[in-house]
Design a protein. Sequence first.
Length: 80
Amino acid sequence: MFHTEHFQSSFYPRAALPGEMTIEPSFGEAVIDDLRARGHIVTVAPPMTVGRLTAAIRDADGSLLAGATPRLMQAYAVGR
């Protein structure tokens, strides 16, 4: 069975690859095997390499909230 449900890629140069996913080994072999059994094409990436993000938002009261991933050598979330 082939599944087409997936999250669209949104940042260049990544492309949407229906049915394919990248996962870190920390999810465990049982989860990875189950995903493959459900028809997903699974690529296991090195640990701590998937999911890097920095984000900032202005709250309704004008406060600025920001966060940066600990997965990068240098990551900052700043605003003014």
